[in-house]
Design a protein around this ligand. Structure first.
Ligand SMILES: C[S@@+](CC[C@H](N)C(=O)[O-])C[C@H]1O[C@@H](n2cnc3c(N)ncnc32)[C@H](O)[C@@H]1O
Length: 936
């Protein structure tokens, strides 16, 4: 046919001559064969059982798909792809989804993913016409550019020959759950990519094959003038001409500053970098880029840029000074607090009155003290963690070391380098952590992990992207993450910790300076990830969090601890700060273990299944050894006995039914095993609960007996049981429990609640000494397991103390060791507050203090209460902060009084004593008092 006529006919059908050519180029190519089955689709809310079916089916489908030979891609016209793409974008277009609308995206992790380690210069350029679907194109790179605004991280790109396909880039920094508007700034139409060793994949959903990039280090954002563009002629019109035109220092700074204003940090960094390509000495761009790197968490990049400005004697002085401040903040974030302090002081020398820097200096000093002493203000941290999970603390490391440990995957473990008493071993910050509240509420990111055969939570998916981002901005930390254990299918890691260069590396946002092996990182996160659930005030009605709401974190040194269900150490998180504490005396050279999962609520077989996901075949701890003494039929019998009660709560059964259940259950245990039987504890606790009847104390002694049995079944050794039951014979000093070691068969709140329940029982029997004994035991447990002092205990356990009416007793127990001075300062001019304080004064009187109320005039602050212990400031001091300037209506003040405005000690005690009332005290309508006599 006459080519002219053919073109005219095709044009009427919407097919351009380029499309036609591309089609002719692929003539003879075999279409993408369908597999015999299509992959199973995953959807939110799939049950464990559905997943158990779907995941093996997916793996089988993957196996089948792998057997199909690579093929040329079926021809699809540019027009078709563009109109499909535009429809998808239209559907997604919104800057934050409308309320109630939920968008779901799905990824699969844990299958082989290629990441290139070959530098771009050593790769050959390839075009789509030479690429095959289902093939990793080793030794090649694809040069392509985007031809349409992106719809999520899926872009429509063309190669220089004008062939169009989809490009999907996973884990590109800052793109996890970002808006389309952001993507338009980050990857505008015309962005040129060089993709190292690209993988062309058959479609798993939808109709079109895609070039899928999992590792951000495989992507190079090609700027004008890059050597790969030399001699490249694009067949189609150049959509990037507008972008290329803006490469002067001034235009890049202006554009970068506009992105900065919109909080679009990475687009700003790219724009400043483009300007720096035009003039590498443009200090203003370096200085600005240092600031955006700080916002991105690219500390090394920020230090490298700021340092170049600071040490450039030609740079304006103001810019050099600013650079000092930026470098100091980045050093602080890297944990180099002394260097940071010195730099802050340098900044302060030119701005002596700068309040902000004063705050930074004080923080840097506090961090150094934490590093040296291991002393933390846990109450303040606990209070802060309730509103912001990401806490600012320094790390602390006790006498422990990573050593070779045989028969433990990875071959390493943590060992004591001296004898260690019960107490704090390690305080660790996360390398990266993600909480639900950090994520967009309307987006569900489904990720199925083929290693663990589980649906990852949203936070787990976000963790992978976040770790990559941190590595890209802090490349020298690569070894710290990549030398973690990556499972039996990956090459073994080297010794740990690796040597980290103290030098910082300049960061180029368009090209990673390290190779990120994404399949290995997937595995590292599967084998080492924690769920750092934030410690919250504990109530007897606390519910365990559903799996999908759980946070995810990667911690470095904590990842080197091996597992034991009955371990000699435990971990907890205050905010995202992990605290690992020894739960018994550990001798020099002994391995230190932590539980990866709790035995309470996870019977032996379930525990084994969980541990198998970590490639742990058999745990050798005392509890697992005991559990292996019971034969399989015994474990089954227990399941059956409990299954009968599954539909209702244990405590809904009658005492008689539970007693019979306990007897049948107890008979399933081998006589040769030890007393720790976590499943039995629930039944015994339920029996105790049914024996607690309102209005009658007759069966309380029995309840006490069963609660103690429950504690023993949780692995605690209850001492002098009879003596404690008639507590007159208790000497009031020794705790009613063997404190030489803590059972780690459950998390701490279960036994702590049993202990407080016992305190409550004794209180009901008017046995104050018994109640105090168990209160102190609960406080010992919290202090040993989590840390913190008595005030911290009061704060953490406040709801349950309130529910079981133990608040007043606990407050007096907590204060019983304190010497209370005789002054309560009351700076409030409001009658309501003064009433509150006189109440407090009466209370302190009643517990042995002899405070006087002072009401100075000219109240500098509202809510000022102070109570000092032994002349130091360690007692109560609540200064609440000055009333805001616009605060005219004092009647609203109490409701607005934030807990965090109180000192932690004060908050704990005030709250323990007054509870909710503290914040509800109604002073509306109370007359403003005349100032009392002038103070001093
Ligand atoms: C988080 S890592 C612990 C550190 C690891 N041993 C290393 O060298 O990096 C978890 C892996 O350690 C191994 N591991 C931990 N506890 C173990 C145990 N009790 N028995 C056998 N292997 C264990 C398993 O291979 C598990 O997947």
């Amino acid at each position: 046919m006459d080519p002219q006529m053919l073109n005219t006919m095709m044009a009427q059908l919407g097919i351009s001559p380029e499309d036609l050519q591309a089609y002719q180029d692929t003539m003879g190519a075999v279409g993408i064969p369908e597999t015999s089955t299509s992959p199973p689709q995953f959807h939110p809310g799939m049950s464990e059982a559905e997943l158990r079916v779907a995941i093996p089916r997916y793996k089988a489908w993957l196996e089948e798909d792998r057997k199909i030979l690579p093929q040329r891609a079926r021809y699809v016209s540019r027009q078709t792809l563009l109109s499909f793409h535009n429809r998808v974008r239209q559907a997604r277009w919104s800057d934050g989804l409308p309320q109630g609308e939920v968008s779901t995206r799905m990824t699969i992790s844990g299958f082989p993913k290629h990441s290139s380690i070959v530098p771009l210069e050593r790769l050959e350029r390839i075009c789509f016409s030479q690429m095959l679907v289902r093939k990793v194109h080793l030794g090649s790179y694809l040069l392509c550019r985007s031809i349409a605004p992106s719809s999520s991280v899926q872009l429509l790109v063309e190669d220089p020959e004008g062939t169009t396909h989809y490009l999907t880039i996973y884990n590109f920094p800052t793109t996890f759950q970002c808006s389309l508007k952001y993507l338009d700034d980050l990857l505008p139409v015309g962005t040129i990519f060089a993709i190292r060793e690209p993988t062309f994949k058959a479609p798993t959903t939808g109709d079109y094959p895609i070039v899928r990039v999992d590792s951000p280090s495989d992507i190079i954002l090609v700027s004008p003038g890059h050597s790969v563009l030399k001699g490249v002629a694009w067949r189609t019109h150049d959509p990037s001409s507008k972008i290329l035109a803006m490469s002067t220092v001034d235009s890049c700074r202006d554009r970068g500053n506009a992105f900065f204003k919109a909080s679009h940090w990475l687009p700003a960094a790219l724009m400043y970098s483009r300007g720096l390509a035009a003039d590498p000495e443009a200090t203003v761009l370096l200085s600005n880029r240092a600031e955006v790197y700080l916002r991105l968490g690219f500390w090394s990049g920020a230090i490298a840029d700021a340092r170049r400005v600071r040490t450039n004697s030609d740079a304006p002085e103001a810019l050099r000074n600013k650079a000092v401040f930026r470098e100091a903040k980045a050093e602080y974030a890297r944990g180099n607090y002394k260097t940071a302090e010195d730099l802050f002081l340098q900044w302060q020398s030119v701005r002596p009155d700068d309040e902000e820097v004063k705050g930074w200096i004080s923080r840097a000093r506090k961090r150094q003290a934490e590093q040296e002493t291991g002393q933390y203000d846990w109450e303040t941290l606990f209070n802060q963690s309730q509103s912001d999970h990401h806490l600012d603390v320094a790390e602390f490391r006790g006498p422990i070391e990573v050593q070779q440990v045989s028969r433990r995957g990875g071959g390493r473990g943590i060992v004591a380098v001296q004898d260690i008493e019960i107490g704090q071993l390690l305080v660790a910050k996360p390398f990266h952590s993600v909480y639900e509240r950090d994520l967009h509420p309307n987006e569900i990111m489904l990720s199925v992990d083929l290693i663990t055969s589980k649906m990852n939570t949203r936070t787990q998916s976000a963790l992978l992207a976040g770790v990559m981002q941190k590595l890209l901005g802090n490349p020298e930390l690569h070894g710290l993450v990549f030398d973690l254990y990556a499972g039996p299918d990956s090459s073994p890691p080297s010794s740990y910790p690796p040597v980290i260069s103290p030098d910082v590396t300049p960061v180029d946002p368009s090209q990673a300076s390290i190779d990120i092996d994404v399949a290995r990182l997937d595995a590292i996160i599967s084998f080492n990830g924690f769920s750092p659930s934030v410690l919250e005030p504990i109530s007897c009605r606390s519910k365990s969090r559903p799996e999908e709401g759980k946070p995810s974190g990667l911690y470095l040194l904590p990842s080197l601890f091996n597992h034991a269900c009955q371990s000699n150490a435990v971990w907890t998180c205050v905010g995202d700060v992990m605290v690992i504490r020894a739960t018994k005396r550990i001798i020099l050279g002994e391995e230190i273990t932590i539980p990866y999962t709790s035995a309470h609520g996870n019977p032996y077989e379930e525990r084994r299944a969980i541990l198998r996901r970590f490639s742990i075949d058999e745990c050798g701890c005392s509890l697992c050894q005991d559990d292996r003494k019971d034969d399989e039929s015994a474990h089954k019998m227990r399941d059956e006995l409990l299954a009968k009660r599954k539909s209702s709560r244990l405590t809904d059964a009658s005492t008689a039914q539970l007693l019979s259940l306990e007897q049948q259950f107890a008979a399933t245990y081998s006589p040769s095993r030890g007393p720790c039987k976590p499943r039995l504890a629930d039944i015994q606790h339920a029996i105790a609960e049914t024996l607690r009847k309102p209005g009658s104390t007759a069966s309380i002694p029995n309840a006490i007996e069963y609660e103690k049995k429950a504690l023993e079944s949780l692995g605690f050794i209850v001492l002098g049981k009879d003596a404690m039951q008639q507590s007159e014979s208790w000497d009031g000093t020794k705790l009613p429990i063997d404190t030489a070691q803590i059972s780690t068969a459950s998390v701490f709140d279960i036994p702590a609640l049993c202990m407080l329940r016992l305190a409550h029982d004794y209180l009901r029997l008017s046995d104050t000494s018994g109640a105090i004994g168990w209160l102190k035991t609960a406080q010992w447990l919290v202090a040993t397991w989590v840390g913190g002092d008595k005030m911290f205990f009061m704060r953490v356990m406040a709801p349950v103390l309130e529910e079981w009416k133990l608040k007043r007793l606990a407050a007096s127990v907590v204060l019983s060791d304190a010497t209370i001075s005789d002054t309560i300062d009351c700076y409030s001019t409001h009658e309501g507050f003064q009433r509150l304080y006189s109440d407090m004064a009466r209370y302190f009187h009643s517990i042995g203090g002899n405070p006087q109320l002072r009401c100075p005039s000219k109240a500098p602050t509202l809510y000022h209460v102070s109570l000092y212990e032994g002349g130091t400031s360690t007692g109560i001091s609540c200064s609440g902060g000055a009333a805001p300037a616009d605060e005219e209506d004092a009647s609203t003040a109490p409701k607005r009084m934030p807990e965090s405005a109180c000192s932690p000690a004060c908050a704990a005690l005030l709250f323990a004593w007054f509870g909710e009332d503290l914040f509800r005290t109604d002073i509306s309508g109370a007359p403003e008092l005349e100032p009392a006599a002038e103070a001093e």
